[in-house]
Write a protein that binds this ligand. Structure first.
Ligand code: CDP
Ligand code: MG
Length: 719
């Protein structure tokens, strides 16, 4: 049990029951009134006029305000009401995370009393909830970047709000640079616009109808010499340091919105915890049994960890006396389907306490009402790129001080709260002040591909807020060239580079699809890529390992995990098609969930994968790629994987570990792989997970001799 160092755990007999209130389906008007009241009481409500004036008089404005003060939900509404959507123009708000975009859009639609997808909508990768009447549009930063590929001037937008800019994701950083030049273009005269017809010719084959229509409309505007209206830019951030943003935007004005923050008691453990998940679980029950009313927010590192913790909490709960079981467990992470995400915002049923298991998404992007207790193990999952090996891996690292403060702040939104940091106080002092921007520590190939597609050829010359390291840029350029996306002059190649930039996937996964059409296995590859785009298709509860293994055996292919994923998908599809006959859609989906449970498959992930599959299939069909199946000739599929993932090829060593051919790294097969027990001589893998070892995930056996044949650009040169 984590020993609580200071303050201890008090016996509290507070009577205010803040997590009460049955989800009142019944009284629509009460909810409406309550929302209106909540809106009025937000710190930002009192400065509406002033904010609107500031936006009117400044083309770039930086707004800093504490999490929960109402920036994300209110400011777009203020601007809409102030007439910023004249002529059908849109206010766009970008978020680093899809969950935030979706949940905030829902909330704002409700606040406005409109149907989601009408005046208020969202658009995230693989999920578009907008219509021609959408005026307030929440989206991910990555999505707006993709839109810029279709319309360089972002001409449909009157205002773009880059929210959560302090997160400094790669797409945010790229977007900031891009918006700076879009703003200049839009405020300049039309003659300064680059030659659009030339661009069209370049990308001609790839453009769909909508895109063509958009281009035609811009072209028309150019011809008649209409000046595009200026673009207003707002950069919003929860961190107090607006200086860097202001400097980057040439001394742009920054305004601070006062937040409301109650005191939060910070409690540390006496000793470091060896098992932070277990420590978090113990703390949940300690709070539940000994502390006064109020909901609990727990920060964990990822979907898998959250889902297994959710099961454990429910199990332990069942062991408590019945009158102590009133704890509702909910979770929130980025790939959670949107209707599930909304549940965390609902009040717990009367007498219940809510515990929400969240990733760092709940740090600043979403505000969940009712939180009084925060449990912070002090860890976060991060991508880390090594320019030396050219590989990116996922690692769990300590949070920064800024993140720890944001997390504890979540407990003091509505009243005094408590934060349980599951590490000793001396460890806090050792934390870094803030995290490095992603651009300095992650793989840049996707960003570079996008920039190239936007016509930015000199990557290091691009106006980044923080320049990426040149080794990392060079390594990514090399990778893109090896994948055939760039020409010898490092220009986007035609058609491969353009096609890759067009697909909403990692460059390697995009390449896999393009190659698969040549290897006659695009049907299989579409499934594999969709399944690889979601976290953990299989779920293997620790206590049922053997049972799970037996259940999933029927899908296993000794060829590797990719074929296994294809088998799972096809089996589920077959089951679904069968159960659809004579069943309502709702029942068929229920049956599919049951099937998933029996087969130890994560039904949420599978559903997400089915969605992604449908959309990338549309994408490739649009591009004119031939979708065919290799049937029993699965060797074609493996050859195609080898031709794509040649940089992730590894050879077995006498001691059972593997050596990555391109980097010389020592790696191991992840225990969840079908090849973990039946090791092959030569394999390719999808990605690396670094915990205490370097684990290769999603592995497929290949023939060593295929490499020089299928990837001569790399292996022939090496000799
Ligand atoms: O962006 P910022 O962190 O400043 O605040 P916000 O996201 O606009 O949230 C303002 C308030 O709206 C929060 O304090 C929540 O109480 C409420 N909210 C909600 O109840 N449900 C949501 N899905 C989003 C916000
Ligand atoms: Mg916000």
């Amino acid at each position: 049990m984590p020993s609580v160092a200071s303050g201890g755990v008090r016996d509290s007999t507070q009577s205010n029951n803040q997590s009460s209130g049955t989800p009142s389906k019944a009284d629509f008007f009460t909810r409406k009134q309550k929302i209106a009241q909540q809106r009025k009481s937000l710190p930002i409500a009192s400065v509406e006029k002033r904010l609107v004036e500031e936006v009117r008089s400044n083309d770039i404005l930086i707004i800093v305000g504490e999490t929960g003060s109402g920036k994300t939900t209110q400011i777009p509404q203020f601007l809409f009401n102030a007439g910023f959507c004249h002529d059908g123009k849109i206010i766009g708000i970008t978020q680093p995370r899809r969950v935030a975009a979706v949940s905030v859009a829902r909330r704002v639609a409700e606040e406005c009393g409109v149907e989601l997808g009408q005046r208020v909508g969202y658009s995230v990768r693989f999920d578009d909830m907008t219509s021609s009447s959408t005026r307030i549009k929440y989206m991910t930063d990555g999505l707006l970047l993709r839109e810029a590929l279709l319309d360089q001037y972002l001409s449909r937008y009157s205002v773009i709000i880059v929210d959560e800019a302090h997160e400094r994701t790669v797409p945010t950083d790229v977007l900031l640079g891009l918006l700076k030049s879009v703003q200049k273009l839009r405020s300049g005269s039309i003659n300064q616009l680059p030659n659009i017809e030339h661009m069209k010719a370049d990308n001609g084959a790839l453009m769909d109808k909508k895109n063509d229509a958009q281009r035609a409309s811009i072209l028309k505007q150019c011809r008649v010499g209409i000046k595009l209206s200026p673009l207003k830019l707002i950069i919003m951030s929860a961190s107090l340091d607006a200086r860097a943003f202001s400097e980057y935007f040439g001394g742009a004005k920054a305004v601070h919105v006062q937040g409301r923050q109650f005191p939060v008691d910070i409690l540390y453990t006496r000793h470091p915890e060896t098992d932070y998940v277990d420590a978090a679980l113990i703390t949940i029950f300690q709070i539940h049994l000994e502390e006064g009313p109020g909901d609990i927010l727990v920060f964990l590192t990822g979907q898998e960890e959250i889902e297994s913790s959710e099961r454990l909490v429910k199990e332990r709960l069942r062991q408590l006396p019945e009158d102590k079981q009133m704890l509702k467990v909910l979770s929130i992470f980025s790939s959670l389907p949107s209707e599930k995400q909304m549940q965390v915002f609902m009040p717990a049923p009367t007498g219940f306490r809510k515990v929400i298991l969240a990733t760092n998404i709940a740090e600043t992007s979403v505000t969940i009402p009712g939180i009084k207790y925060v449990i912070d193990p002090g860890l976060v999952k991060a991508r880390q790129y090594s320019a030396h090996t050219g590989m990116e891996s996922l690692i769990i690292v300590p949070t920064s001080k800024a993140q720890a403060l944001q997390r504890s702040g979540r407990a003091g939104r509505e009243g005094p709260g408590k934060c349980f940091r599951l590490y000793p106080e001396r460890e806090f002092e050792k934390l870094k002040d803030s995290t490095l921007p992603d651009i300095l520590r992650t793989d840049l190939s996707n960003a570079i591909l996008q920039l190239k597609a936007l016509g930015v050829d000199n990557i290091l010359g691009f106006d980044f807020m923080e320049k990426p390291k040149s080794e990392a840029v060079v390594k990514s350029l090399e990778l893109l060239a090896l994948l055939g996306a760039l020409t010898d002059e490092y220009k986007l190649s035609d058609p491969v580079g353009h096609q890759m930039a067009r697909l909403p996937l990692d460059p390697t996964h995009s390449k896999a699809l393009i190659l698969a059409s040549q290897f006659n296995c695009l049907e299989e590859m579409l499934i594999a890529v969709a399944m690889l785009s979601v976290e953990s298709i299989f779920y293997t509860p620790r206590e049922k390992l053997e049972e799970a293994r037996n259940a999933t055996k029927c899908f296993s292919s000794l060829e590797g995990d990719h074929q296994t994923l294809v088998n799972v998908y096809r089996a589920s599809d077959e089951f679904f098609e069968k159960t659809k006959i004579g069943n309502s859609r709702e029942n068929a989906e229920k049956n599919l969930r049951k099937w998933c449970k029996e087969n130890f498959i994560n039904s949420r992930s599978l559903r997400h994968a089915r969605d992604i599959h449908r959309q990338i299939r549309e994408n490739v069909e649009h591009m004119g790629l031939r979708v065919a199946s290799c049937g029993d000739e699965t060797i074609q599929f493996r050859r195609c994987l080898a031709a794509t993932f040649f940089l992730n090829a590894a050879l077995k060593q006498p001691d059972g570990t593997y050596k990555v051919l391109s980097s010389g790294q020592t790696v191991q097969i992840h225990p969840t792989s079908v090849l973990f027990r039946k090791k092959a001589e030569c394999i390719i893998f999808d990605d690396l997970l670094r915990t205490n070892n370097n684990y290769m995930r999603n592995v497929t056996r290949i023939d060593y001799l295929w490499l020089p044949e299928l990837a001569p650009q790399y292996y022939a040169l090496k000799g």
